[in-house]
Design a protein around this ligand. Structure first.
Ligand SMILES: [Zn+2]
Length: 293
């Protein structure tokens, strides 16, 4: 085993278990990215976290995992005023919600219709990249940009975060069963992709991240990080939504009350895993560009 892999194992062994079940996908993306970060970027990120909380003894994997789900938690328990996205109140779920996805009605992203008022995951990612890469910005603003970036890059790689607007990215498509069990009432297709598939495969974010990292080749890394335009990521996700997530067979659409069976799961799982891998690699590339010098 390579020394880098051993170092990662030791690093991950000190990280706490998943923050909450529904957050596992975000935590996996954060851990994959952390593995690919340059040492200088890691040091600068740790400095930002320590600036926020000098007495914290939390490790970088713990801090990154927590950061990956922070944009979802601030809606429930706002504690501090924010430094970026000043034109909207991100503590108000109704206002901040559009920053987490880009639903697409045509085949390609159209900023006018798919990113109304320039408020969607694409513009949010661009804003965060700018703030993070600007050394003249206050440390707390850059840290906030990092936390949002870790989360939003994960979001846009979930195919149904770039789904159809007409069914709210699968939120309006109810599911009767997931494999052999009945999920709580009101479960929908979006949640199948947000949580159920990942949790079915492995409920331990650290172990799952290690497994996925073991598959990523250097050729994967250069291909995936070759295009760091979030528009390209979103269009890729949208294509996967249309060809895999919304279909139970090659031409059968998933409709209200559909059962998610083993056949569907078998088609969906490799897509979910590939998207988590790509998100982690691309997130690291973006952070390395902003902080790696
Ligand atoms: Zn989100």
């Amino acid at each position: 085993m390579k020394s880098r892999a051993i170092a990662l194992l030791l690093l991950l062994a000190t990280a706490k278990s998943a923050f909450s079940w529904g957050s596992e996908g975000h935590e996996i993306v954060a851990l994959i990215a952390l593995h690919d970060l340059k040492p200088v970027a890691k040091a600068k990120i740790l400095q930002l976290f320590r600036f926020e909380d000098p007495s914290s003894a939390a490790t970088l994997p713990e801090l990154m995992m927590k950061a990956s789900i922070w944009p979802d938690t601030i809606k429930q328990a706002p504690t501090t005023p924010l430094h970026i996205f000043k034109d909207i109140n991100v503590l108000d779920a109704a206002q901040s919600h559009p920053l987490h996805f880009v639903d697409i009605e045509g085949t390609h992203y159209n900023p006018e219709t798919d990113c109304p008022k320039s408020k969607c995951a694409i513009t949010a990612i661009e804003t965060c990249r700018e703030v993070l890469g600007d050394p003249h910005q206050p440390s707390l603003a850059r840290l906030e940009a990092l936390k949002f970036l870790v989360h939003f890059v994960g979001d846009v790689h979930q195919p149904l975060h770039a789904g159809r607007r007409s069914d709210k990215g699968g939120n309006d498509i109810t599911i009767s069963t997931f494999l052999t069990r009945h999920p709580p009432s009101g479960f929908n297709l979006h949640e199948v992709w947000d949580k159920l598939i990942v949790e079915e495969a492995d409920r331990d974010a650290n172990r799952y991240a290690l497994k996925l990292l073991g598959r990523i080749t250097s050729s994967n890394r250069s291909t995936w990080a070759a295009n760091l335009d979030p528009v390209a990521w979103v269009e890729e996700s949208h294509k996967l939504a249309m060809t895999v997530a919304y279909r139970s067979g090659k031409s059968t659409p998933v409709t209200n009350g559909a059962a998610i069976d083993a056949k569907y799961y078998k088609r969906a799982l490799p897509v979910v895993e590939l998207q988590l891998e790509k998100a982690g690699v691309r997130l690291a590339a973006v952070i390395n560009l902003a902080m790696g010098r």
